[in-house]
Design a binder for this molecule. Structure first.
Ligand code: 3PY
Ligand code: MG
Length: 264
């Protein structure tokens, strides 16, 4: 079966996904029905394990979105285990150089393109689909490398030249830290760096991705206008925080109006 997210990456078609930090499968089930094309489990900044990822992925099957994972680090074992667990693609953090990018691709691909080990695993239905899976896997596994440092922005052309990199993905918070403007993800130097990355992707005909951690109408529009196509909107924790704040604010406002009307 064709991996629709990898296909979209290669065609540079816009896809919207989202992000999970809380490992409960109920979160995956709720988000899976909304219409995102992919959902990434964040194994870098949380304790979502390979087993936790499997539960999240089970919550997505048959509902639409493809399960991706941001792996804990650019590590052969982390990449192999999450792909064996059924991730349709990996988002690899802190890729700063072409060598880093090559290491990520090498870990994600079966020989001769890489060194992913062959085994019966969940991704091939515990061996019952072994032959068809291993034949298709290299074509069907998305490899997206994260650009989240000044060094990575400087090296963007050589990173994009690495065979097997399907796209890059900006981590705005690490990027802002690396440029000395921590947390100011709309700072002109960060917007500049992002545009430089998007432009390099356009020239190289690779997908540019970005995590819009706190999305709104303006930053989504800006990202699309700047040429970003692989877009993660928000994440479970942010959705929960914003919805809870909004409803409490609504309740307080309603109470005030009610009290002012009735108890003057
Ligand atoms: C960052 O902003 O650094 C990220 O990794 C977002 O996922
Ligand atoms: Mg980051």
């Amino acid at each position: 079966m064709v991996n629709l997210v990898r296909e979209a990456l290669l065609e540079r078609r816009v896809t919207f996904g989202t992000w999970i930090q809380l490992g409960h499968p109920g979160i995956a089930e709720i988000l899976a029905d909304i219409g995102f094309e992919w959902i990434a489990a964040d194994c870098e900044h949380t304790d979502i394990s390979t087993e936790g990822f499997m539960s999240l992925a089970r919550g997505m099957y048959g509902r639409g979105p493809l399960p991706l994972a941001r792996v804990r680090e650019n590590d052969t074992l982390a990449i192999r285990q999450i792909l064996d667990a059924g991730a349709q693609g990996v988002i690899v953090p802190l890729v700063n150089t072409a060598e880093d990018a090559a290491r990520a691709v090498y870990a994600a691909k079966y020989p001769p393109e890489g060194i992913r080990g062959f085994a019966f695993c969940r991704a091939n239905n515990w061996g019952s689909d072994f032959n068809s899976y291993v034949q298709e896997a290299n074509n069907n596994t998305a490899v997206v490398v994260m650009v989240e440092s000044k060094e990575a922005v400087e090296n963007i052309k050589s990173i994009l030249a690495v065979e097997g990199v399907d796209g890059v993905f900006i981590g705005p918070y690490d990027l802002s830290g690396s440029f000395g403007v921590t947390g100011q993800t709309s700072h002109p130097v960060i917007l500049d760096a992002m545009r430089k990355v998007a432009e390099a992707c356009k020239v190289r005909r690779k997908s540019a991705g970005i995590h819009i951690v706190k999305p709104n109408k303006d930053n989504i529009r800006l990202a699309v206008e700047d040429g970003f196509t692989f877009i993660a909107l928000g994440m479970d924790t942010v959705f929960l925080d914003e919805a809870a704040r909004n409803i409490l604010e609504t309740a307080h406002k309603g109470c005030l109006e009610h009290n002012e009307r009735n108890y003057r």
